[in-house]
Design a protein around this ligand. Structure first.
Ligand code: ADP
Ligand code: MG
Length: 266
């Protein structure tokens, strides 16, 4: 079923999100007062040059920063609860059932010595409480959904038996295993060559049409932004520079920094 862009209640509301890290010399704030809403079926791009705080923003939402030396303030509202106030155990459930994440380099998230079928099967069993045999059938179905040819045969393959693009498809299958309502994608196409990038973007769009997920798409590439994003949030040195429909950002950038970013598109 296709989903219309839902402008009602947002899936995720981030308010005044700030994060500091502790170092030998004290605390340094690396993101400051980031606020946005993400709706079902919508793609919001988070853009900005390297080091501007995009990854820290997504890791703060997921509470995946180093526990002992991170301070995060603000609100991350998801289904009426503030994720920043959940217990570790409740947060594990949110990561397992509601908000999935994919990264630039899929190898960092896959275990190199376990087969893809095993890893997908474990994710499925954890999240859905199904038997091993059911999990294997479902794992095959997920690989088919992300368009991996000869899905059944590939269940017994290891991560290094797949090309970069195919590995990112496996990671997307892994993310789908939990049936997420929100997908956080941190530079998911940056490490891929251009034709493979386009295929992964098409796949994400197709899955979003089918599932109605809200996608937070992090990238430094304004070409990709133009291709995928309904709305765009521009970051510079940890601050929000502007947040508007992507068409407006391109047609009428309000900040010099945004103008410079756009002119970097080849
Ligand atoms: P981006 O994803 O936009 O390239 P990041 O969000 O990774 O940028 O980083 C923003 C800033 O925060 C950088 O200066 C980076 O060095 C710093 N930073 C990121 N993670 C940590 C950490 N765990 N501890 C200390 N500093 C960090
Ligand atoms: Mg990053």
């Amino acid at each position: 079923m296709a989903f219309d862009l839902d402008t009602g209640q947002p899936l995720l509301s981030v308010r005044d999100l700030s994060t500091s890290f502790k170092s030998l010399t004290g605390w340094t704030e690396v993101i400051r007062d980031i606020s946005f809403d993400l709706h079902a079926g919508e793609t919001l791009a988070l853009v900005g040059e390297s080091g501007s705080g995009k990854s820290v923003t997504s890791l703060s939402i997921m509470r995946l920063n180093p526990a002992g030396r991170t301070r995060t303030s603000g609100q991350v509202l998801f289904e009426g609860q503030d994720l920043l106030h959940l217990s570790e155990e409740q947060m594990l459930r949110v990561r397992g059932n509601d908000i999935a994440m994919i990264f630039q380099e899929p190898m960092t998230s896959l275990n190199p010595v376990l087969s893809i079928g095993f890893q997908l099967g474990e994710a499925l069993r954890l999240h859905r409480g199904i038997t091993q045999a059911e999990a294997m059938k479902e794992a095959e179905r997920l690989l088919e959904r992300v368009r991996i040819p000869a899905a059944r045969a590939r269940l017994s393959d290891f991560p290094h038996n797949f090309s970069g693009g195919m590995r990112q498809r496996v990671m997307i299958a892994m993310a789908l295993a939990c049936g997420p309502r929100v997908l956080v994608a941190d530079e998911p196409t940056t490490a891929l060559d251009v034709t493979v990038q386009a295929q992964i973007i098409d796949l994400l769009k197709e899955l979003q049409r089918e599932e109605g997920m809200g996608i937070l798409f992090i990238t430094h590439d304004m070409g990709v932004v133009a291709e995928v994003a309904d709305r765009t949030l521009v970051m510079y040195k940890g601050n929000m520079v502007e947040c508007a429909p992507t068409r407006e950002i391109f047609a009428n950038p309000r900040q010099n920094y945004t103008r410079a970013l756009i002119s970097s598109v080849p």
